[in-house]
Design a protein around this ligand. Structure first.
Ligand code: GLN
Length: 218
């Protein structure tokens, strides 16, 4: 089912292998306007995959996959304006750019945001910002995974002023829940986590994204 990925604990050196073919040809971009972008690069590094920072339209054109980090979605929207990154990212996603979105990144991707905020609409979910309360109510939670992804159980997930997914569209698969709330979702080419996988101990979510890239044959 998982295309031969070998998933091992990150401290085991001879662990995960991103197929050499993809490794050679693929540049993973990490949107670096604001927020928790640097830690994501660390996770990719632990998986033996390099990444580049994306701050400009030219840098966006040079990547084959994109990570939208957590942070403050309203601030990111403002910072996208000078380079017209909002429109450019939407165009790239429309033409198949694989995306891993975390927390604020999922807000940017959602179809509808409450309270209303501009969004890319690339993932058919509705989302409510700051739904679990303010920063002081940030928490580390155990997730439960759908049976198909049981082997990928990432253990505990870090939620920081996290959004809540209030509607999941038909073409969107839920991979994991926090209580009754969907928190890890996928649609073809897109993986979205409402928590901060880059702050946890594991690399599972980033590995799932690499699999998603492979699945899309990119
Ligand atoms: N509350 C933030 C927002 O609305 C998201 C928080 C996060 O990414 N940790 O953009």
């Amino acid at each position: 089912m998982f295309f031969g990925w070998r998933v091992q604990a990150p401290d085991q050196k001879a662990g995960f292998e991103f197929p050499k073919m993809l490794k050679d040809q693929h540049v993973i971009g990490v949107l670096a306007l604001q927020g928790a972008f640097e830690a994501h690069r660390g996770v990719f590094r632990r998986l033996g995959v390099s990444s580049v920072l994306v701050r400009t339209a030219n840098e966006l054109e040079a990547v084959d996959a994109l990570l939208l980090p957590g942070g403050e979605s309203s601030a990111m929207l403002r910072l996208m304006e000078p380079q017209e990154l909002f429109v450019r990212i939407r165009k790239r996603i429309d033409s198949g750019l694989p995306v891993l979105a975390t927390c604020a990144g999922v807000i940017l991707l959602a179809k509808k945001v409450t309270p209303h905020q501009q969004s890319l609409g690339a993932l058919d979910v509705d989302i409510e910002r700051n739904a679990y309360g303010r920063q002081v109510f940030s928490s580390v939670e155990a997730l439960h995974f759908s049976p198909q992804y049981q082997g990928d159980n990432a253990g505990e997930a870090v939620f920081i002023r996290a959004p809540r997914v209030t509607r999941v569209g038909e073409g969107v698969e839920t991979l994991a829940w926090r209580g009754d709330d969907p928190v890890l979702l996928r649609s073809p080419g897109i993986l979205a986590a409402t928590f901060h996988p880059e702050l946890g101990k594991g690399t599972v979510i980033h590995e799932l994204f690499l699999r998603e890239i492979e699945r899309q044959g990119r």
